[in-house]
Each structure stands twice: as C-alpha cells, then as structure tokens.
Write a protein that binds this ligand. Structure first.
Ligand code: SAM
Length: 277
C-alpha cells in the first residue's frame, strides 16, 4: 500500500496545469477522513486509504471539473457552503459585494429591515446577510427549484430564517406586495457563450450565466424600483466589467441621476453598482 506522501507527489507529477496543489490536498484530506491541512501533514506517512476512490476523483479534476463540485463544498466569507451542479460556485467578487452592502446597511438602516437576495443560487448572499443582520426579514428568490433546494440546505446548516421563493426574478416579491429596504443581486449577465471560460461552460449551470441582452435583469429591477423598494433604499448589484455605459443609460432613463455609484473590485475593475436613495 502506498503512503499518502507517495500518492501526493505522484499526483503532483501527473497533474495538468489547471489542477492546483491545494485541490489535490483537499482530495487527500477527504479520502483519508482527515480534518485539515495540519492533520494531513501529521498523517503524511500513513498508508493511503481509499486509493481507488481518490484516483476517480483525481481523474475528474484532471478532466477540468471544479474541486467544489467534486467535494460539494465551497467557501464564502470564511464559511463552508454546500454546492452542486445546480448552482454557480460562489466567487470572490460576490464576497466583496456582500461586504460592501453590509457596511452600507450598518450605517444607514435600523435593525428591522427587509432584505432580498434576488437570484440566490446557493444562498450565500442571503445567508451571509441574515447571519449579520439578525433583526432583518430576509427573502431569497431563484427561478431554479434545484438551486432553491441547495440554498435551503445551506439555510438549515446555518440555522437562519430566510423565506425562499421560487420564481422569475422579482415577480414572487411583487406578487406578495413585499417592500424592500435592501435588494442584493448577482444576476446572469453574460451575453455570449464564447465569453465564458470553457470549464465554467462545461460544468456550471448555464441558467446562472447567460442573459440577453447582458443588462436584461438589471433593467427589469431598476424599472420596478417604485413598486418594490421603500422610499429610502439600497440596491447592490454585481455587474460585468464592461457594463458601466449601458447601465448608466438605464439609470438615467429611470431618473436616478445622483443616486448611484459604480465600485471597483480588488483588481481595479468596475464590478459593482450601488443605487441608493
Ligand atoms: C450568477 S448566479 C448567482 C448565484 C449566487 N447569488 C451567487 O452570487 O453565487 C445567478 C442565479 O440566477 C438564477 N436565475 C437565472 N435566471 C433567473 C430568473 N429569471 N429569475 C430568477 N433567478 C434566475 C440562476 O438560477 C442562478 O442561480
């Protein structure tokens, strides 16, 4: 029987460029029923357990599948969430969206606010905000029932109280006459398949990626601000990096001059739009 160390170095030698060392370590941790990287280093010279299972999972990594789908785990703001192929793997930019929105909420609203995460996917935005703003009423919507199932599973893990609504964008909220103080949304915003990284296209849900035109979902929400939002509100959007011009046009058509600002991500790209009144 080979040791974990032998399997680790053998896999490092064979791995393709897209596979990272940490992906291999994660698989070794899972297959050897270990708890952490530290645990792995302590047991590095133990006999490898479940070598066959490891080989199968390693082959999936080599084929381009993301480690998060293989392990059914993704991290978001330091916590582990359940994910599967029904939901987008949460991105670093979305962590920044939530942090920026949470800072704004802290200083501009009282405790008993109403928040919605529209296009919730795995539920990471709604759950992070519900955990931070315990007095808030939080809704989360998605058109995909299987995505809502994932979000509910995560909701149960974190034991927060979110109302999940399956349906088209903001329709379930409008149908219930919900009035929001805060709406956070990371909608699909990519117009053409060719703009999408091939691994993302192969493994992540197309429903989470594509919108035609790219501004479609932002426009629907902005057009309905008066029906959906309270007088004093925040809308926080994640956006594609080349959308400033087209979104500015929509904002101006809706009389929102002076009520919005675009924000950059940590790489200096404009990736967020905040509308405030
Ligand atoms: C970019 S993903 C965002 C997921 C998650 N909020 C995140 O940030 O990781 C977009 C989500 O929008 C959902 N979606 C696509 N079209 C929709 C629609 N018309 N109404 C509601 N949700 C929709 C998809 O199912 C997907 O979960």
């Amino acid at each position: 029987m080979p040791t974990i160390r032998e399997i680790y170095f053998d896999s490092l030698n064979k791995k393709k460029d897209h596979v990272s060392e940490s992906d291999i370590r994660d698989l070794l941790i899972i297959e050897n029923r270990l708890k952490s990287y530290t645990d792995l280093t302590i047991h590095f010279d133990d006999e490898m357990k479940n070598e066959e299972d490891f080989k199968n999972l390693f082959a999936r990594l080599q084929n381009g599948e993301m480690i998060q789908y293989i392990t059914n785990q993704a991290s978001f703001l330091g916590d582990k969430y359940y994910v599967n192929e029904s939901v987008l793997i949460p991105r670093q930019e979305t962590e920044q969206l939530v942090s920026l929105a949470a800072d704004f909420i802290k200083y501009n609203f009282d405790k008993h606010i109403t928040i919605a995460d529209v296009c919730t996917g795995s539920g990471v935005i709604a759950i992070s905000l519900a955990r931070e703003f315990k007095g808030a009423k939080v809704y989360a919507t998605d058109i995909s029932e299987t995505a809502i199932d994932v979000a509910k599973k995560n909701n149960a893990t974190f034991n927060v109280n979110i109302e999940f609504l399956t349906g088209n964008l903001i329709e379930p909220l409008l149908d219930r006459n919900v009035k929001l103080d805060v709406l956070v949304c990371n909608p699909p915003y990519i117009e053409k398949e060719e703009e999408i990284d091939p691994r993302t296209w192969k493994y992540e849900p197309h429903l989470a990626l594509l919108a035609k035109p790219a501004t479609k979902y932002y426009e629907i929400i902005i057009n309905k601000i008066n029906n959906l939002m309270n007088k004093h509100f925040l809308i926080a959007f994640e956006i594609g990096e080349d959308m400033e011009e087209s979104l500015t046009e929509i904002l101006q058509e809706n009389g929102l001059d002076g009520c919005y600002r675009f924000e950059k991500d940590i790489y200096g790209k404009l990736r967020f739009l905040f509308i405030m009144k």
